[in-house]
Design a protein around this ligand. Structure first.
Ligand code: ADP
Length: 168
């Protein structure tokens, strides 16, 4: 890896990947040369999609977008501390999306504590886009369970997989 190469780490649950995540990801491709997307496995939540399904979903959606933006992409799974994962990946920048005050309060606390543990890791928070900032994976799952239309909130292949999952 070249010394001057900028690497970023975008962690999340991606259960499922939404248009809100895509917005943050596409903007991140412009900020770094290498983006590692981390699917967290120990968030204390029971996921709807398995790690393997989410990994496949992210690979399918993100590989062509990253290629177009000329950004190297790696999709990984991780557990344990975010800052430890970032260090192991040789990444100095963590990227998060901010939708609202609740996201801000959570991130501000996390950033402060992470900073004490690992001052060398910087966190940047991107303000959610105006067209996608209201989307949450949790609400999308709830809408799908109630047989609502999820297509406005998801990439079309993800919406298809979610509808299939609900039919299982
Ligand atoms: P987590 O379980 O860490 O909240 P998510 O998959 O929900 O994982 O989100 C990963 C990251 O993407 C977080 O920084 C979150 O705030 C951000 N994010 C989620 N949905 C949106 C959205 N609609 N717009 C912008 N950022 C978002």
């Amino acid at each position: 890896m070249a010394e001057s190469m900028k690497s970023g780490f975008y962690p999340g649950s991606f259960d499922p990947l939404t248009n809100g995540h895509i917005d943050i990801l596409e903007r991140s491709f412009q900020l770094v040369d290498r983006l590692v997307v981390g699917i967290g496995t120990s968030a204390g939540k029971t996921p709807l999609f398995t790690i393997e399904e989410r990994h496949a979903m992210l690979t399918e959606e993100l590989s062509p977008r990253a290629k177009k933006a000329n950004c190297a992409i790696e999709i990984i799974t991780f557990d344990g501390l975010l800052v430890d994962a970032a260090k192991n990946l040789n990444v100095q920048l963590i990227i998060r999306g901010l939708r609202n005050g609740a996201d801000f309060d959570y991130e501000a606390q996390m950033i402060a504590m992470n900073r004490i543990m690992s001052p060398e890791i910087e966190v940047i928070c991107l303000a959610a886009g105006p067209d996608t900032g209201f989307i949450s994976s949790t609400l999308v799952r709830q809408i799908a369970r109630m047989k609502g239309d999820v297509t406005p909130f998801l990439p079309s292949a993800v919406a298809k997989k979610l509808i299939e999952k609900m039919a299982e």
